[in-house]
Design a protein around this ligand. Structure first.
Ligand code: ATP
Ligand code: MG
Length: 431
């Protein structure tokens, strides 16, 4: 019988990679916390209709990419392809929006899309996202963009570009949509097959096509910016003004559209020019969705948010930085029945006293245990053999200097504070 492997488009995140994930999560958590965003956790599967209504049937996500199945009760359920719909559903269900003022929420977790897997593209992938519910102000757009920028910069990412656009309000978009269809129809035969299909269903998405000829045709077509009414224009100008005030550089890209149907006004993307991710890879996408809460049966609640794709971010991070070190205090080596029993006990006591220790559980010869101690990256090695067990002592060896001393086991615990200071100073020296 063959072994079972992870499904196509899914992957295991092994310990050496997890350290990067933890770093991203802790940076994001910290920045979001300081900006008064609260975490929300919603189910990873929902009634299929939520995504059909919340994302839009004409989108690729709903049309082609959803993991949808009937459960044992014959209900159609879908593994969430993105986070916004679930967060908005939860906000409406629990009346969160009604608690007055503006709700700032963030989430992280796995998302599922049935796509062709590739570099930074998977069937199970992960996002961190924010949603600000209840503010129509361009300041809210600027705030969420500033937070995304802060997270990416704090992580040390380089060569990222912010593109922004305005999709106007519903009316602006409808007028523009018609103008675009009128312009593109005579070229229909020259468009790529997907775009031909989109011409009637979701023409704005044609602007997003990766096909060369389609792009050329679209370049010369009408721009959404010519169709913005005065309110939409003012909103977009203010967002740009605030970004400039915040020192955030950006480019206006009138062809930038987003996948979801309910985006209004600001749409934005942060893209990387890293080759491995393709010529232009989006690490963060977001925008304003003033119509979504009402579409899902809630009250009119102008909102704005974004999602960062974590796999892509981590591919970039891994290239830039060596993995963060764990920085163990002690590696514990022991041999002989009595010594091994004492080592277990001493290790546990020192852990309770706040130290980090790895206890060698291999039962192998001292030599092999010492070799592992060397590799462990621990600052010190604690050694227990028959002699130490007999006298209730322990040998402490500092790995950097190979200096060695014998201590009573009780002294080690009693001098915990002193020991802590010594280890910390050795750790600073190493870095
Ligand atoms: P793309 O054009 O790359 O398919 P998208 O417009 O479908 O992106 P969004 O729905 O805006 O993506 O999701 C936000 C972010 O989530 C993307 O910018 C990307 O970083 C990440 N993402 C989307 N789909 C995947 C996937 N299948 N695998 C890994 N990350 C993804
Ligand atoms: Mg996609």
């Amino acid at each position: 019988m063959g072994t079972i492997q992870a499904l196509r488009g899914t992957r295991d995140i092994l310990p050496e990679e997890v350290v990067y994930w933890q770093r991203v999560e802790s940076v994001a958590r910290d920045i979001l916390g300081r900006a008064a965003y609260q975490e929300i956790r919603t189910p990873i599967f929902e009634e299929t209709g939520l995504f059909e209504r919340g994302i839009g049937e004409a989108t690729d996500v709903v049309g082609k990419e959803m993991y949808t199945f009937l459960d044992k009760g014959e209900r159609s359920v879908t593994l969430r392809p993105e986070g916004t719909a679930g967060v908005v559903r939860a906000a409406i269900e629990h009346g969160i929006y009604a608690q007055g003022g503006v709700q700032r929420l963030w989430y992280t977790g796995p998302m599922f899309r049935y796509e062709r897997p590739g570099a930074g593209r998977q069937r199970q992938f992960h996002q961190i996202g924010v949603e600000v519910l209840g503010s129509p102000e361009p300041r809210a757009d600027a705030e969420v963009i500033a937070i995304a920028t802060d997270i990416l910069e704090t992580l040390g990412l380089k060569n990222l570009h912010l593109n922004i656009n305005s999709l106007g309000n519903r009316d602006d978009r409808l007028t523009y949509r018609q103008a675009l269809v009128d312009y593109l129809t005579p070229y229909k035969a020259e468009l790529d097959p997907d775009s031909q299909d989109r011409l009637s269903r979701n023409p704005l998405r044609i602007l997003d096509s990766k096909d060369k000829r389609t792009q050329e045709i679209a370049e010369n077509g009408p721009s959404i910016l010519q169709y913005l009414g005065p309110d939409s224009k003012r909103h977009f100008e203010k967002v740009q003004q605030f970004l400039s005030d915040l020192g955030i550089s950006y480019q206006v890209n009138p062809r930038l559209v987003r996948g979801l149907d309910y985006y209004t006004h600001t749409a934005f993307e942060v893209i990387s020019d890293d080759r491995e991710l393709g010529s232009q890879a989006t690490v963060c996408g977001g925008g304003r969705y003033d119509g979504l809460l009402a579409e899902l049966g809630g009250p009119d609640t102008p909102s704005v948010g974004w999602a960062i794709g974590l796999e892509r971010l981590i591919i970039l991070l891994q290239k830039l930085q060596s993995p963060p070190k764990f920085g163990l205090d002690f590696y514990v080596v022991s041999r002989g029945e009595k010594a091994e029993a004492q080592a277990l006990l001493l290790t546990q006591k020192l852990r309770r006293a706040g130290f980090s220790l790895e206890l060698d559980l291999s039962g192998s010869a001292f030599k092999k245990q010492f070799a592992r101690a060397d590799k462990s990256g621990a600052v010190g090695c604690l050694i227990l053999g028959d002699e130490e067990a007999e006298s209730q002592t322990v040998k402490l060896k500092w790995m950097a200097t190979k200096e060695q001393q014998t201590l009573a086991q009780v002294d080690l615990l009693e001098k915990a504070d002193e020991l802590r200071r010594e280890i910390d100073s050795l750790k600073t020296k190493e870095n």
